[in-house]
Design a protein around this ligand. Structure first.
Ligand code: UDX
Length: 424
């Protein structure tokens, strides 16, 4: 099939590459000239495992453009994957989607379908369909197909999805989208069809529920510290109950990224517009914001509220491992708070770059003049670090925001170790 993908961010790029791998011809469109030019020259705008290799393998099936040219005809499917940021007033900004739709309407030459992967307020795709129907006599049917891939495992998630949600109100559109996914040989139970509104709700509800789980475990971990319980043991007990599940129960310094913070706030706002107060989600947001302050307070208590001129070695900038993305990263919030209190910070991250902090490319060197260590992201590389390096820390103290050294006997090295949810 000839597929045109609009918006070459994480979702758009991963989807394009995977669909090319499945045998389709993909035209990737993004108005960011620099990004497209780089992609044409094999320069990938993000760090994401497997992307580079897959682009190389499928380069004959991938075309990168900044606009939908009249020459690019005969499109079977259009996919929208543009950003839908949250505005200051909490509303979802859908402007970019309308821009794409107008482009499609102005260029389409035959009946086809529009798959919307962008996260949109509940009811939006129905409105979009009405808008399209008033502007063209062609049949351009909208499918809501929210994306659940995670950064750091985007390719594997796209190619091996636990489920594909297809919100639709046209059999023609459903048939076409199933044809597109056919090479994935999905089992029947992996495909969930719904109406458009329910599909949109599934995306917001999924992300909000996961955010809720993280805030829940973070709050329980705080209480573990006060009651001398151990969050790792508590977690084991919780996870053995299949109703609770084994995933998204890692406590830490809070969730970040491009989805959870944005989507939870958007859902609260959508509910507010319907006179519903989503108390659980509101609390999850609040708890997440408080978590970084809680962790900071551990550091301040150790230093008796005075960290001015202390030098902190910091491991991990990205909001999670295996990505170079800094959006809403808890590390950045922590760095800003530490810097305001007069601390010096020397950071190391395998892939992420943050220009407002001193950063070294050699992990061992950040220990040279450091008083203490903070761990903000759980990259595998950090788990394998030579513990002897910690001896260089002048104050012999480690604040582990991701509990990666919880099972190492750091006291043996004369180190004081603080993690989350467990008293040492
Ligand atoms: C998320 C959703 O998982 C994905 O389905 C959706 O498409 C986009 O948003 P992503 O933001 O890439 O994916 O990462 P995810 O692995 O979900 O982690 C989000 C944040 O939660 C990270 O900051 C991570 O560190 C934090 N997290 C995750 C925890 O603090 N504890 C956990 O147990 C899991």
């Amino acid at each position: 099939m000839n597929i045109c993908v609009f918006g070459i961010g994480y979702v758009g790029l991963s989807a394009s590459i995977c669909l090319a791998k499945l045998g389709h011809n993909i035209i990737c469109i993004d108005k960011d000239f620099k990004k497209i030019n780089n992609l044409k020259n094999g320069v990938i705008p993000i760090f994401e495992p497997k992307i580079k290799e897959l682009i190389k393998e499928n380069k004959d099936k991938l075309t990168f453009e900044t606009s939908l040219d009249k020459n690019l005809q005969n499109i079977d499917i259009y996919i929208i994957a543009v950003g839908t940021p949250t505005k200051d007033n909490g509303e979802v900004d859908v402007k970019s989607i309308y821009e794409v739709i107008d482009t499609i309407i102005n260029n389409a030459t035959k009946n086809s379908i529009i798959i919307n992967k962008s996260t949109v307020p509940i009811g939006f795709n129905n409105k979009l369909q009405d808008y399209i129907n008033t502007k063209t006599s062609l049949k351009l049917d909208v499918i809501s197909n929210p994306e659940f891939l995670r950064q750091g495992s985007a390719i594997d998630d796209f190619l091996n999805p636990e489920r594909i949600i297809l919100g639709y109100n046209s059999d023609f559109a459903l048939k076409k989208v199933l044809e597109m996914y056919k090479p994935m040989q999905l089992k029947e139970e992996q495909i969930i069809t719904t109406d458009l509104n329910s599909s949109e709700m599934i995306k917001y509800a999924s992300n909000s529920f996961l955010a809720l789980k993280i805030s829940f475990i973070n709050e329980i971990s705080k209480l573990c510290e006060k009651t001398n319980a151990n969050i790792e043991q508590v977690k084991k007990g919780l996870m053995s109950d299949s109703r609770i599940g084994k995933k998204f129960l890692n406590c830490g310094i809070g969730y970040g990224g491009s989805c959870f913070p944005k989507d939870t706030k958007a859902l609260v706002n959508i509910a507010k517009n319907h006179n519903i107060e989503l108390k659980t989600i509101k609390s999850a947001i609040e708890a997440n914001e408080a978590q970084i302050d809680y962790f900071l307070q551990k550091i301040l208590s150790f230093y008796k509220e005075n960290i001015s001129n202390k030098t902190f070695a910091l491991l991990g900038l990205a909001f999670k491992p295996n990505t170079n993305d800094l959006r809403e990263a808890p590390s950045i919030k922590l760095i800003n708070k530490l810097a305001t209190l007069g601390a010096n910070i020397i950071a190391y991250d395998p892939k992420a770059r943050y220009d407002k902090v001193k950063q070294l490319n050699n992990i061992a060197q950040i220990f040279d003049n450091a008083d203490c260590l903070i761990i903000a992201t759980e990259w595998d590389e950090f788990k394998d670090i030579d513990i002897k390096l910690f001896k260089k820390l002048k104050d012999k103290v480690i604040f582990d925001g991701r509990n990666i050294f919880k099972n190492r006997n750091l006291e043996e090295y004369g180190l004081k170790y603080f993690c989350v949810g467990k008293n040492e």
